[in-house]
Each structure stands twice: as structure tokens, then as C-alpha cells.
Design a protein around this ligand. Structure first.
Ligand SMILES: Nc1ncnc2c1ncn2[C@@H]1O[C@H](COP(=O)(O)OP(=O)(O)OP(=O)(O)O)[C@@H](O)[C@H]1O
Ligand SMILES: [Mg+2]
Length: 716
């Protein structure tokens, strides 16, 4: 077998895995095995791409996988289904919308819209919003859907759960009326389709003779059930996964699915891959040591036959500004050595951390791209524009209508809206139709009636007028005619400017949008809307521009970069505050740390800040226990060039900040305001008394040394 060219660049375990099924460590070539197995099936076993279904964790991974296979095969593999569980479910539902009772132009409800909708329902049910927060109900509903449960399956006497169940019921009715499908519903409905419709099930079982799933440790119940249904009795299923990288337990993923798979598919053969081809010895050793603190592992140790490489750099920052400044400095140095920006990634625990990093990158004029989180398509102004487009695609989309009926304000107040909602509930109609009826029946007062009928006219007119337009022109027309653009243009400040830019960017995104092969059944508008909901932001920046990659640790799964920064590695942030009291969750955080570390190929840089401002509040965090779990021999504590630095002493533990205060009246890390340069952060000092100088990193003006006596600084 080893002569075969497809198998040449694999080790012996990987070769066995290509030809058989598997579980293995980070960077041991699992994804590579899947790709080679697909190519091998087609070349050696003459399997048609039409008979192959490959499931990846992100859209980015799916696109990469398709590219790699096409490269290996030297031809296009259009007929193959490759995608995420959600993407594939969407495709199934589109193909069988009638079988599942959905309108042809059903729309996807993202998690933010879902929460808004639930909130409105809670209000309309006259429940106390404090007692019944929308977020909790959303959590409950999605959790039930992930377990495959509809309200009718929930039998409970617990009064709390009974209320949640009734919210679930009202929510589902309202989605069904409006032709809306949330993320969990995509999976559940596709599962019900396969389970309950024998003809459809048998069709796909016959078709997908080979099913391959990457990142299997993060599948949830419904996804597992899907695979079982599609596998039927005869199809071959090949899964790869790593129990140490299971990081979606909080969203219902079950690492036990790996074991369950072995029980449910008795012929399955397990192959373990422990040789790592990605990272240096230092990075691997440190990652192995960290994960060794978890109990309940299948247990493995990764090794490499490459060298130890550089030590892991640890930088202790005064605060988040200093942290961002340090990271940007390192990236500039990296670029100046002739490296590509896209080869370095900044990973963080929570999306809220990205803003400061983004500002520092902007200031240094380093292009960057954000994956996942704070995504382009999730921004307020973009969602407003998308809601108009959604209404053009489907008038029954209640969530879209609620969002824009009075944005920009057009005199449709809450009272009017409540009347429309009430009529919709009583008559079991979507809001749009209920609004139309109220206008016709002359129920609304004169002013309200005018306003509502003008809104209806606006949408109808936009729809007919832009029917023949290209998507880009349609979008341009929508943001102008709806008044959205003018509304944001009239707002003041930098934020408003960004919003206007974003709206224009949306027009560009529409212009550049091309239908995928698998989407020929959709109109360009519907395809674009689905793309916006499912792929949110994956392609926000210019694909071809060399840019630093920013993402949460969660979205970094499966990826690799020569230079990786992990920012904010502090107790309370990573591990997160909520996870610290629960051993199970703490272990999941530790796996997340393991995932983050094993993304790095050559150099890993870990940073933490002594003081951090989050949502306007200052926190003083200790260094994360995860850093303490790494072997000191693999670490290098970076020290800034500072006169206060005592040789051999770590900056923080030397009391430098306090010392600075005694000498200059300012603490390191303190925020100050200067009459000309604006606000900034004290980074360093030299000398003492009035003659002393301090270094301040100004938010706008950059870093400067000033003499304390003349600087006219004010604390802020
Ligand atoms: N036999 C091999 N020879 C050379 N390079 C390899 C080999 N196997 C894997 N690699 C390389 O090692 C890196 C990691 O491989 P891959 O991404 O497939 O690992 P993985 O197990 O899927 O990792 P993760 O758990 O992070 O998803 C890739 O750059 C891949 O090309
Ligand atoms: Mg992988």
C-alpha cells in the first residue's frame, strides 16, 4: 500500500487510518488523514464524489478541505457534500422544504434575533422579565432542541420548567408562522426529516456510502443521531477526534460520543495518532503538561521528532493597553523579518478582548481580520440592512419586521406595534399580514395608520422596484430608500462613521457574492441571507489581503499558525470566573488552553495583564493557573527594558508599580489625561521627584516620555 503516491507522505499509523477509522492528538494529522482518505477512496476504490459526505467544524475548514482534495485529485469534486452540520442541514431542508412544512423562502434566525424574539414573547405572555430572562429561556429551548425534544416531549410538573416549556411553545409557533428556523432547529428538523420520511432517508442512505466526520469529540446528541441515521446498516463511517480538544460541552457536545460510536459501530477499528507534525518540542511539552492536570482522559502523549524550538514567551503586562502594545510590537518585528502577517494569530478567551487589540493594530496600520465573534454580519447596522433584505425575501419574517418597522423612526410607536402583535396572535397571522389587515380595517388611529401603510408601501415598492437589480444594487437601493444610511450619517462620532462604512461594505459584499455550486436552488438574495446567517464574517475582509488573524480560542479549532499569541491568560478570564467553581467546566477551560497552545507551529507567546478594564470596570487578576502548570524549562519570561527592572526579578513581583508611585506620584498602568495628547496609560518611569520622567502610551498619540513636573497630567 505504501507505494501509492497518496499514502507516501503519511506515517504508518496515518496510512492505516486512511484505509480504516480514528482518535488522536492535536496536530497529529487527523484532518490530513480525512483528506487523504477521501482522495484514496476516489482514486483507489473508484468511489464517486457523489457518494461522499464530509462534515467539518467550520465553513473555513470545509472550504480548505475541498481545496485540498481538488489539489490531490487534480479535478473538481462538485458533487461531493462537504460542510458543517448546520450548512448540510440547511441544504437538506432546502431540498425538502415541503416535506418538513417550511415555506420555500424560509429564513435563518441567528442567536441574537432569537433572543429578541423570545424577549418579546415573554413580554406578551405577561411574564416578569426579571424572573424569566430571555437568555435563560433561549438556553432552555436550544438545549431541548439539541436533545431532540419538542415541547410535546416535555412532561413536567416542575412549575419553573412548565413556564419555560410554555415559552418554548409560543416561540416555536411564532417561528413556524414566520417561516424562521434557528440554528438548533436546522439540525433538529433535518433529523426529523431523515427519521420520519422513509423515502428521503433511504435516498440519502443509498447515496452517502462514505461518511467522514472531523472533530467528532464536539458532536452533540442530535448530530450523532444524524450520522447514525445516514449511516444506516451498510455505509462506512470514518470519524476523527481528540477527547482533549472537546470544548463545546457547554453547548451540549458530548465527548462520550467517541465511545458510543465504538459501541454502535462494532466493526470500527481505532487507530491512535500520537506523533505531532505541527509544533516544536517546547510547545508540545508544555501543552502535554497542562492537559495532564485533567482527570478522566483517554490518555496520550504527543511527541515530535522535530527540535525543541524557541521557548514559550510569557509577557506580564500592566494592563490590556500594554498587552496590546506588546503584541503589536512583536508582530511588527515579525513582519520586518520578512514574514507574512497571515501567519500570525491572536487568540483570546472572550470577544470583548478584541476591541483593544483591534485599536492597537489599527494604530500601527497592521491589517487584521476577525474570525467568528463580533462578526461583520452581527453588527447592528448590518443587521438592520439585512432585516430589510429579509423582508424583501419574505414578508412573513416577523423578526425582521420587528427590527425595522420603526428603524429609522417613522412614527410607529410601541402602542401601534402592540396592536399589530395582538391581532397577529389572535388571528394566527404573521405580523406583516396583521399590519395590512389593521390598515385596511381602519382600526388604527389616523397617524399610526398612515405610518404603517407607508412602511408597507416602502417595502412593496422596494421589492418591485429592485426585482431586476443585481444584488449589490438592490442592497444599495435598500439602505438608501429605507433611510438607514441617512440615519447613520446623521449620527455623530467615529462609531457612526464606522457604521456608514460598514453599510457601504455590505453593498460591496453583495456585489462580490457568488452562488456556490450547492446553492443553485436559491435566489441570489436568499443565498446571500443564508450565507450571512451561517458564515457570519468568515469572508468579511479582503480574502487576499495579508492580515493578522484574530479569533477566540473556540474558533481557532483545527487551525495552525507559525506564530500564535494567547492574550489575557489570567485567572478570572481564562479560566473564566464562572468555570472556577465547577471542576467539569474548569477541565473544559483547560482543554481550551490545550487547543490554543497546540495551534502554534514555531512560536507561542502568552500574555496576561495585571489590571484589565472590562465593560468599564477595572479588574485585578492573577496570572492564570494554566501558566503555572507549564514546565518552567519551556518558558521564557519576557522583561521590558526598564530602569526599574531589577536583574533576575519579574516585573510584577518586584513591586515596580508601587515603587513608581513613591517616586513619581503615578502608578504603572494608571490611566491619565494630558491636555494635548488625550488619555493614555503610564508604562514606565525613570528618576524620582519632580524631575522624574514617565512614559505614557497615549491612546491616540502613541507612546511619549514626559517630565512629570511639566506634563500637566490628570489622573482619570
Ligand atoms: N505524515 C506527515 N508528514 C508531514 N506533515 C504532516 C504529516 N501529517 C500531518 N502533517 C502536518 O501536520 C500539521 C497538522 O495536521 P492536521 O491539521 O491534519 O492535524 P489534526 O490532527 O487535524 O490537528 P487538530 O487536532 O489541531 O485538528 C499539518 O500542517 C499537516 O500538514
Ligand atoms: Mg484537524
Amino acid at each position: 500500500m505504501s507505494e501509492h503516491p497518496l499514502l507516501e507522505r503519511l506515517n504508518e499509523h496515518q496510512r492505516a487510518a486512511v484505509a480504516a477509522d480514528n482518535s488522536a492528538g492535536a496536530g497529529s494529522g487527523k484532518t490530513r488523514v480525512l483528506v487523504h482518505r477521501i482522495a484514496w477512496l476516489m482514486q483507489q476504490r473508484q468511489v464517486s464524489p457523489y457518494s461522499i459526505l464530509a462534515v467539518t467544524f467550520t465553513n473555513k475548514a470545509a472550504a480548505e478541505m475541498r481545496g485540498r482534495i481538488e489539489q490531490l485529485m487534480g479535478s473538481s469534486v462538485r458533487a461531493m457534500w462537504i460542510g458543517t452540520f448546520h450548512g448540510l442541514a440547511h441544504r437538506l431542508l432546502r431540498a425538502h422544504y415541503m416535506d418538513v412544512g417550511l415555506p420555500q423562502n424560509f429564513q435563518i434566525l441567528d442567536s441574537d434575533d432569537q433572543q429578541r424574539l423570545i424577549k418579546r414573547l415573554i413580554r406578551s405572555m405577561n411574564l416578569d422579565e426579571k424572573r424569566w430572562p430571555a437568555k435563560q429561556a433561549q438556553w432552555y429551548i436550544n438545549g431541548k432542541k439539541d436533545e431532540g425534544l419538542r415541547p410535546l416531549h416535555i412532561d413536567t410538573y416542575d412549575p419553573t420548567e412548565r413556564t419555560l416549556k410554555s415559552i418554548y411553545e409560543a416561540y416555536q409557533d411564532s417561528c413556524d408562522r414566520a417561516g424562521l428556523v434557528d440554528f438548533a432547529e436546522l439540525l433538529l428538523r433535518a433529523h426529523e426529516l431523515l427519521r420520519d420520511n422513509r423515502i428521503v432517508r433511504e435516498h440519502y442512505q443509498k447515496r452517502f456510502q462514505h461518511i467522514l466526520v472531523d472533530e467528532f469529540q464536539d458532536t452533540n446528541d442530535i448530530q450523532y443521531a444524524w450520522i447514525r441515521l445516514l449511516a444506516g446498516q451498510h455505509n462506512q463511517v470514518c470519524i476523527v477526534g481528540d477527547d482533549d480538544q472537546s470544548i463545546y460541552g457547554w453547548r451540549g457536545a458530548r465527548v462520550e460520543n467517541i465511545q458510543k460510536f465504538l459501541d454502535d459501530f462494532p466493526g470500527a477499528q481505532t487507530i491512535r495518532l500520537e506523533q505531532n507534525y505541527r509544533s516544536t518540542g517546547n510547545i508540545l511539552n508544555a501543552a502535554n503538561q497542562v492537559i495532564a492536570n485533567n482527570s478522566d482522559r483517554l490518555g496520550k502523549d504527543l511527541w515530535t521528532d522535530g527540535g525543541d524550538g524557541e521557548a514559550i514567551d510569557i509577557y506580564a503586562a500592566f494592563n490590556e493597553q500594554d498587552e496590546a502594545r506588546y503584541i503589536v510590537g512583536r508582530i511588527e518585528a515579525w513582519r520586518d523579518q520578512g514574514n507574512a502577517l497571515q501567519d500570525c494569530a491572536i487568540l483570546y478567551r472572550s470577544n470583548a478582548q478584541s476591541r483593544v487589540l483591534e485599536e492597537a493594530l489599527l494604530h500601527a496600520r497592521l491589517p487584521y481580520r476577525i474570525y467568528g465573534g463580533l462578526r461583520f454580519f452581527e453588527r447592528q447596522e448590518i443587521k438592520d440592512a439585512l432585516a430589510y433584505l429579509r423582508l424583501l425575501a419574505s414578508r412573513d419574517d416577523d423578526a425582521a419586521l420587528e427590527r425595522v418597522i420603526n428603524t429609522p423612526t417613522r412614527g410607529i410607536g410601541n402602542r401601534t406595534l402592540e396592536l399589530i402583535r395582538q391581532a397577529a396572535r389572535e388571528r394566527q397571522l404573521p405580523l406583516w399580514q396583521s399590519a395590512q389587515q389593521l390598515v385596511n380595517e381602519q382600526v388604527l388611529s389616523g397617524r399610526a395608520r398612515n405610518a404603517v401603510s407607508q412602511f408597507i408601501e416602502l417595502i412593496e415598492q422596494l421589492a418591485s422596484h429592485t426585482l431586476e437589480f443585481s444584488l449589490g444594487r438592490q442592497c444599495d437601493e435598500v439602505i438608501k430608500q429605507s433611510g438607514l444610511l441617512a440615519m447613520y450619517e446623521a449620527e455623530k462620532g467615529e462609531k457612526a462613521e464606522t457604521r456608514v462604512d460598514n453599510l457601504k461594505e455590505l453593498v460591496t459584499a453583495c456585489d462580490n457574492f457568488r452562488l456556490d455550486d450547492s446553492e443553485e436552488d436559491l435566489s441570489p438574495l436568499n443565498a446571500f441571507l443564508a450565507h450571512a446567517a451561517l458564515e457570519a464574517g468568515d469572508e468579511q475582509a479582503d480574502e487576499y489581503q495579508d492580515a493578522v488573524q484574530l479569533m477566540t480560542l473556540h474558533s481557532a479549532k483545527g487551525l495552525e499558525f507559525p506564530l500564535v499569541f494567547m492574550a489575557g491568560v489570567e485567572e478570572g478570564l481564562f479560566p473564566s470566573q464562572q468555570s472556577m467553581d465547577e471542576p467539569g467546566r474548569l477541565e473544559e477551560e483547560r482543554r481550551l488552553c490545550y487547543v490554543g497552545m497546540t495551534r502554534a507551529m514555531q512560536q507561542l507567546v502568552i500574555t496576561y495583564a495585571e489590571q484589565r478594564r472590562i465593560y468599564g470596570q477595572d479588574f485585578f487578576h492573577k496570572v492564570s493557573r494554566f501558566i503555572g502548570e507549564m514546565p518552567p524549562a519551556c518558558l521564557n519570561e519576557v522583561r521590558i527594558q526598564s530602569k526599574v527592572q531589577q536583574p533576575g526579578m519579574s516585573r510584577f513581583h518586584s513591586g515596580a508599580s508601587h515603587e513608581a508611585f513613591v517616586q513619581t506620584g503615578y502608578q504603572l498602568g494608571q490611566r491619565v489625561r494630558h491636555p494635548k495628547f488625550g488619555e493614555g496609560t503610564v508604562l514606565n518611569y525613570e528618576g524620582s521627584g519632580p524631575q522624574s520622567r514617565i512614559q505614557i502610551n497615549f491612546d491616540m498619540a502613541g507612546s511619549k516620555w514626559l517630565v512629570v513636573a511639566y506634563a500637566r497630567l490628570e489622573p482619570c
